[in-house]
Design a binder for this molecule. Structure first.
Ligand SMILES: [Zn+2]
Length: 113
């Protein structure tokens, strides 16, 4: 499952931050998820619960912030907002839209003790 390896990489980031910043507990993890990243929020939530068990972030709240998808429409020659990968341009209906933003997932913020 794609989300499981993502969740594991989030835990690695948390562990690395704990090692460099010297905190011992994480109470909240804030993740930014692009609307075009292909990440399923429900699956991601489930996988985060699984990987955080017995970690320094066990029981931490996981907050998801959805970043809207952005694309470059070749017909309009302009940036447009798109809701999902392979969606047509909302202005002209063209499918020649190149995703330019909202395609990634990243750890935005950690609340620690
Ligand atoms: Zn367009």
């Amino acid at each position: 499952m794609h989300e499981m390896s993502l969740a594991e990489s989030v835990l690695k980031i948390v562990d690395a931050a704990a090692a460099s910043q010297g905190f011992e507990r994480v109470t909240e993890i804030r993740l930014e998820i692009g609307a075009l990243s292909g990440v399923e929020i429900d699956a991601m939530r489930f996988c985060m619960d699984a990987v955080l068990r017995h970690s320094l972030a066990e029981g931490a709240g996981v907050v998801f912030e959805i970043v809207p998808g952005q694309g470059w429409c070749m017909q309009c020659g302009d940036n447009v907002e798109i809701g999902a990968l392979y969606d047509p341009c909302p202005r002209c209906g063209s499918y020649q839209v190149q995703p330019t933003g909202g395609t990634e997932m990243r750890v935005k913020n950690l609340l620690v003790e």
